[in-house]
Design a protein around this ligand. Structure first.
Ligand code: NAD
Length: 320
């Protein structure tokens, strides 16, 4: 089997690679060729979360699991809060194929899925990007979103505003104007809003979001997390990566539990990619993508990393 350690990933997989992998992965799901298995996620205490996301892409020949989670004390230790490793197996024999560092891959695939939703659902003339959150994932979200629309300006909000400076530096690097704003201003000015916080109580209120906005709600990936007011979901056309996860661990868990939206109204993004659903229906519609994070996304980018590492000869080979 092969080992592709975390330290090699940056040189192997680009945001463009991750975007292409997400397009293929979501479309394979919509065609019924790939499926996610139920997520296992357990609290370890002290805010730590640990679990497994797994799936099978029969057409792509990928079987595997991402093991890892969220360890909020890590930042103080100088390492990222999200820690994970992807294991790929031969779908026919079950023999291990590779162990691939999953930290950067998680950020790349999460940002790519968000960007894919923006690409397919946001208004073409979207020019102002709003971002809630300034943690580890936020800068990846900004970089990926900037690839799919001609944004000129970023308006951002974070609970601790001093952390926004790092996001501002990324915006400057991308040639985008950047401003730290209130949530009122963010909602009033942004054409696209990405939420990427680990909050357990919504920050963005329904009334702060104007018609025509596209939202990528990416931070809620566990029972109990929440980023936007549930009534906003009742006003929006809802899309997701995986409907079963959207209603159980995604942003929609609250609106569905409160009876504000029907689970059956949440459309897989893959249906938009394959043309089964038209996507945005008007310039005034609010579209909301509930990105919960799927095992199949992890397998797809890990497979790219493995292939590239084998091509350039950097994958470490271990005898079984
Ligand atoms: P991080 O710990 O680096 O940053 C957390 C961010 O959330 C910070 O901006 C912080 O200010 C904000 N925040 C925390 N509590 C808040 C509150 N009560 N109100 C408002 N803001 C609050 O985390 P990260 O690595 O950037 O991840 C952010 C979130 O994205 C996490 O919930 C993580 O689990 C989730 N995530 C989702 C996916 C997916 O596929 N959907 C993938 C990776 C991470």
């Amino acid at each position: 089997m092969y080992i592709v350690p975390e330290v090699l990933i940056a040189g192997l997989v680009s945001p463009a690679d991750a975007f292409a992998a997400m397009e293929a992965c979501f479309a394979a799901m919509a065609r019924g060729e790939a499926r996610n298995f139920p997520v296992v996620r357990e609290a370890l205490g002290g805010g730590r979360q640990y679990g497994f996301k797994s799936g099978l892409d029969a057409a792509g020949g990928q079987l595997g699991v991402k093991a890892g989670g969220y360890f909020p004390g890590n930042a103080a230790r100088g390492i990222t809060n999200h820690q994970s490793t992807v294991y790929l197996f031969d779908p026919e024999t079950g023999r291990p194929i590779a162990m691939v560092g999953g930290n950067l891959l998680t950020a790349l695939r999460t940002a790519a899925a968000s960007a894919l939703s923006i690409d397919r659902l946001a208004r073409q003339e979207a020019r102002v990007l709003g971002i809630l959150g300034a943690g580890h994932q936020a800068q990846f979200q900004l970089r990926a979103a900037a690839r799919v629309r001609a944004f000129g300006r970023v308006v951002a909000w974070n609970r601790s505003p001093e952390k926004l400076a790092r996001l501002g530096a990324v915006a400057a690097e991308l040639g985008l104007a950047f401003e730290a704003v209130s949530l009122d201003r963010l909602g009033a000015e942004a054409d696209v809003i990405i939420t990427i916080t680990s909050s357990d109580r919504f920050s963005l209120r329904d009334a702060q979001v104007r018609p025509g906005t596209h939202l990528s709600c990416m931070g809620t990936d566990t029972i109990g997390k929440q980023e936007v007011e549930p009534t906003l979901l009742a006003r929006a056309a809802l899309f997701t990566d995986e409907p079963a996860q959207s209603v159980s661990i995604g942003e929609a868990q609250h609106a569905v539990a409160a009876g504000l939206v029907a689970a059956s109204s949440i459309v897989p993004l893959g249906d938009v990619l394959t043309g089964r659903h038209p996507g945005r229906r008007s310039d005034s519609e609010i579209t909301l993508y509930d990105g919960t994070g799927m095992g199949l996304q992890d397998l797809a980018v890990a497979a790219v990393a493995l292939r590239r590492a084998q091509e350039v000869g950097t994958a470490l080979s271990v005898a079984l």
